[in-house]
Design a protein around this ligand. Structure first.
Ligand code: OGA
Ligand code: MN
Length: 220
Protein backbone atom coordinates (compact mmCIF):
# COMPACT_ATOMS: atom_id res chain seq x y z
CA UNK A 1 0.00 0.00 0.00
CA UNK A 2 1.31 3.43 -0.88
CA UNK A 3 2.23 5.63 2.02
CA UNK A 4 0.07 8.73 1.94
CA UNK A 5 1.39 11.66 3.86
CA UNK A 6 -0.89 14.65 4.42
CA UNK A 7 0.23 18.25 4.22
CA UNK A 8 0.37 19.00 7.93
CA UNK A 9 2.47 15.92 8.61
CA UNK A 10 4.98 16.97 5.96
CA UNK A 11 5.16 20.43 7.52
CA UNK A 12 5.68 19.04 11.02
CA UNK A 13 8.22 16.42 10.04
CA UNK A 14 10.35 18.37 7.62
CA UNK A 15 10.52 21.80 9.15
CA UNK A 16 10.07 21.24 12.86
CA UNK A 17 12.01 23.45 15.19
CA UNK A 18 11.75 24.27 18.89
CA UNK A 19 9.48 27.04 20.12
CA UNK A 20 12.50 28.97 21.38
CA UNK A 21 12.92 30.41 17.86
CA UNK A 22 10.28 32.98 18.71
CA UNK A 23 12.54 34.87 21.08
CA UNK A 24 15.21 35.70 18.52
CA UNK A 25 13.33 35.85 15.25
CA UNK A 26 14.15 39.52 14.74
CA UNK A 27 17.92 38.92 14.69
CA UNK A 28 19.46 40.83 11.79
CA UNK A 29 22.43 38.97 10.39
CA UNK A 30 25.20 40.86 8.62
CA UNK A 31 25.19 40.85 4.82
CA UNK A 32 28.96 41.17 4.45
CA UNK A 33 29.25 37.87 2.59
CA UNK A 34 26.10 38.21 0.54
CA UNK A 35 27.79 37.60 -2.81
CA UNK A 36 29.08 34.03 -2.45
CA UNK A 37 27.04 30.87 -1.97
CA UNK A 38 27.60 28.77 1.15
CA UNK A 39 29.74 25.61 0.84
CA UNK A 40 27.72 22.74 -0.63
CA UNK A 41 25.19 25.03 -2.32
CA UNK A 42 24.94 25.10 -6.09
CA UNK A 43 22.58 26.68 -8.61
CA UNK A 44 21.79 25.36 -12.07
CA UNK A 45 19.91 27.82 -14.30
CA UNK A 46 17.68 26.38 -17.05
CA UNK A 47 17.91 22.84 -15.70
CA UNK A 48 14.44 22.18 -17.15
CA UNK A 49 13.26 22.83 -20.69
CA UNK A 50 10.11 24.92 -21.14
CA UNK A 51 8.16 21.74 -22.05
CA UNK A 52 9.40 19.95 -18.92
CA UNK A 53 8.37 22.94 -16.82
CA UNK A 54 4.85 22.90 -18.32
CA UNK A 55 4.54 19.14 -17.79
CA UNK A 56 5.65 19.39 -14.15
CA UNK A 57 3.37 22.36 -13.48
CA UNK A 58 0.40 20.31 -14.79
CA UNK A 59 1.40 17.25 -12.73
CA UNK A 60 1.76 19.31 -9.53
CA UNK A 61 -1.51 21.18 -10.08
CA UNK A 62 -3.28 17.86 -10.66
CA UNK A 63 -1.82 16.45 -7.44
CA UNK A 64 -2.86 19.50 -5.41
CA UNK A 65 -6.32 19.77 -6.97
CA UNK A 66 -9.04 19.97 -4.34
CA UNK A 67 -6.73 20.95 -1.48
CA UNK A 68 -7.02 24.41 0.06
CA UNK A 69 -4.20 26.75 1.03
CA UNK A 70 -3.12 26.46 4.67
CA UNK A 71 -3.62 29.56 6.77
CA UNK A 72 -0.72 31.52 8.23
CA UNK A 73 -0.08 30.53 11.83
CA UNK A 74 2.05 33.11 13.59
CA UNK A 75 4.76 30.60 14.54
CA UNK A 76 4.64 28.49 11.37
CA UNK A 77 7.67 28.12 9.10
CA UNK A 78 5.51 28.05 5.97
CA UNK A 79 2.43 30.14 5.25
CA UNK A 80 -0.31 30.28 2.58
CA UNK A 81 0.72 27.05 0.92
CA UNK A 82 -0.39 23.66 -0.28
CA UNK A 83 1.94 20.67 -0.33
CA UNK A 84 1.89 16.95 -1.03
CA UNK A 85 4.19 14.12 -1.89
CA UNK A 86 4.14 13.54 -5.64
CA UNK A 87 4.02 9.76 -5.46
CA UNK A 88 3.03 8.79 -8.98
CA UNK A 89 3.62 10.93 -12.06
CA UNK A 90 1.40 9.94 -14.99
CA UNK A 91 2.97 12.22 -17.58
CA UNK A 92 6.06 10.75 -19.26
CA UNK A 93 7.86 14.06 -19.77
CA UNK A 94 7.31 15.17 -16.16
CA UNK A 95 8.42 11.76 -14.86
CA UNK A 96 11.54 11.86 -17.05
CA UNK A 97 12.39 15.35 -15.80
CA UNK A 98 12.24 14.17 -12.17
CA UNK A 99 14.37 11.17 -13.09
CA UNK A 100 16.90 13.53 -14.65
CA UNK A 101 17.18 15.38 -11.32
CA UNK A 102 17.65 12.07 -9.49
CA UNK A 103 20.36 11.01 -11.97
CA UNK A 104 22.10 14.37 -11.47
CA UNK A 105 22.02 13.98 -7.67
CA UNK A 106 23.26 10.38 -7.87
CA UNK A 107 26.14 11.48 -10.08
CA UNK A 108 27.06 14.80 -8.47
CA UNK A 109 26.21 14.07 -4.84
CA UNK A 110 26.43 10.29 -4.56
CA UNK A 111 22.80 10.07 -3.44
CA UNK A 112 21.62 6.45 -3.34
CA UNK A 113 18.14 6.58 -1.84
CA UNK A 114 15.44 9.20 -2.37
CA UNK A 115 12.38 10.25 -0.41
CA UNK A 116 9.23 10.79 -2.52
CA UNK A 117 9.32 14.12 -4.42
CA UNK A 118 7.62 16.88 -2.44
CA UNK A 119 5.59 19.52 -4.26
CA UNK A 120 4.79 22.90 -2.78
CA UNK A 121 2.52 25.69 -3.99
CA UNK A 122 3.07 29.10 -2.39
CA UNK A 123 0.14 31.45 -2.90
CA UNK A 124 0.77 34.77 -4.66
CA UNK A 125 -0.78 36.60 -1.71
CA UNK A 126 1.21 35.83 1.42
CA UNK A 127 2.92 32.58 0.48
CA UNK A 128 6.30 32.38 2.21
CA UNK A 129 8.78 29.91 3.70
CA UNK A 130 10.52 31.40 6.73
CA UNK A 131 14.08 30.52 7.85
CA UNK A 132 14.48 26.90 8.89
CA UNK A 133 16.78 23.91 8.60
CA UNK A 134 15.10 20.78 7.21
CA UNK A 135 14.68 18.06 9.82
CA UNK A 136 17.81 15.96 10.19
CA UNK A 137 15.63 13.10 11.43
CA UNK A 138 13.37 12.85 8.38
CA UNK A 139 15.67 14.09 5.62
CA UNK A 140 19.23 13.25 4.54
CA UNK A 141 22.33 15.16 3.41
CA UNK A 142 20.95 16.69 0.20
CA UNK A 143 17.96 18.96 -0.47
CA UNK A 144 17.39 19.94 -4.11
CA UNK A 145 14.60 22.08 -5.52
CA UNK A 146 13.13 22.87 -8.91
CA UNK A 147 11.47 26.28 -9.16
CA UNK A 148 8.41 26.71 -11.37
CA UNK A 149 6.00 29.42 -12.56
CA UNK A 150 7.66 32.49 -11.02
CA UNK A 151 11.00 33.52 -9.56
CA UNK A 152 11.78 33.66 -5.86
CA UNK A 153 14.69 34.63 -3.65
CA UNK A 154 16.26 32.05 -1.40
CA UNK A 155 17.98 33.54 1.64
CA UNK A 156 20.61 31.37 3.27
CA UNK A 157 21.86 32.42 6.70
CA UNK A 158 24.38 30.64 8.89
CA UNK A 159 22.36 29.23 11.74
CA UNK A 160 22.55 27.23 14.91
CA UNK A 161 21.67 23.64 13.88
CA UNK A 162 19.97 23.05 17.23
CA UNK A 163 17.46 25.85 16.81
CA UNK A 164 17.58 26.92 13.14
CA UNK A 165 18.19 30.47 14.40
CA UNK A 166 20.54 32.75 12.41
CA UNK A 167 23.69 33.38 14.41
CA UNK A 168 24.63 36.96 15.38
CA UNK A 169 26.81 38.29 12.53
CA UNK A 170 25.84 35.27 10.43
CA UNK A 171 26.99 34.92 6.85
CA UNK A 172 23.99 35.50 4.57
CA UNK A 173 23.63 34.70 0.87
CA UNK A 174 20.77 35.54 -1.43
CA UNK A 175 20.09 33.29 -4.37
CA UNK A 176 17.57 34.23 -7.03
CA UNK A 177 15.70 31.14 -8.18
CA UNK A 178 14.48 31.51 -11.74
CA UNK A 179 11.71 29.28 -13.11
CA UNK A 180 13.26 26.14 -14.59
CA UNK A 181 16.28 26.24 -12.27
CA UNK A 182 17.56 23.65 -9.84
CA UNK A 183 19.27 24.46 -6.57
CA UNK A 184 21.15 21.99 -4.41
CA UNK A 185 21.79 22.37 -0.69
CA UNK A 186 24.26 19.75 0.54
CA UNK A 187 26.56 19.37 3.50
CA UNK A 188 27.29 22.72 5.21
CA UNK A 189 24.63 24.68 3.33
CA UNK A 190 22.08 22.03 4.28
CA UNK A 191 23.05 21.53 7.92
CA UNK A 192 24.59 24.83 9.08
CA UNK A 193 22.53 27.37 7.12
CA UNK A 194 18.84 28.15 7.50
CA UNK A 195 17.03 28.66 4.20
CA UNK A 196 13.99 30.82 3.52
CA UNK A 197 11.98 31.50 0.35
CA UNK A 198 10.47 34.85 -0.61
CA UNK A 199 8.39 34.33 -3.76
CA UNK A 200 7.59 37.05 -6.27
CA UNK A 201 4.24 35.60 -7.26
CA UNK A 202 2.59 32.22 -7.16
CA UNK A 203 5.42 29.71 -7.04
CA UNK A 204 5.43 25.98 -7.44
CA UNK A 205 8.43 23.92 -6.41
CA UNK A 206 9.41 20.29 -6.42
CA UNK A 207 11.89 19.31 -3.74
CA UNK A 208 13.92 16.11 -3.81
CA UNK A 209 15.63 14.83 -0.69
CA UNK A 210 17.66 11.78 0.11
CA UNK A 211 16.62 9.47 2.89
CA UNK A 212 18.47 9.79 6.19
CA UNK A 213 21.03 7.03 6.81
CA UNK A 214 18.95 4.80 9.09
CA UNK A 215 15.57 5.58 7.49
CA UNK A 216 14.76 2.09 6.20
CA UNK A 217 15.50 0.37 9.50
CA UNK A 218 13.38 2.94 11.32
CA UNK A 219 10.37 2.59 9.02
CA UNK A 220 10.28 -1.23 9.24
C1 OGA B 1 10.86 23.16 2.37
C2 OGA B 1 11.58 24.19 1.59
C3 OGA B 1 12.00 25.13 -0.57
C4 OGA B 1 11.38 25.28 -1.91
O1 OGA B 1 9.85 22.65 1.86
O2 OGA B 1 11.32 22.83 3.48
O3 OGA B 1 12.47 24.78 2.12
O4 OGA B 1 12.15 25.52 -2.86
N1 OGA B 1 11.22 24.36 0.30
O5 OGA B 1 10.16 25.17 -2.02
MN1 MN C 1 13.34 23.51 3.69
Amino acid sequence: MALRVGASLIARQLRSRPASHCTTRHATPSRRHASSLPPGCSYHADFLTADEQDALIDAIKARLKGTGYERDHWDAVIARYRERELLAIDDDLAAAAVERVRAFLRREQGVTSFLPPHCIDLAADGGVIRPHIDSIKFSGRVVAGLSLVSAATMVLAEADPATGEPRPGARVSELRLEPGSLYVLADESRYDYAHAIAPEGRRLSLVLRDAPADFEERSL
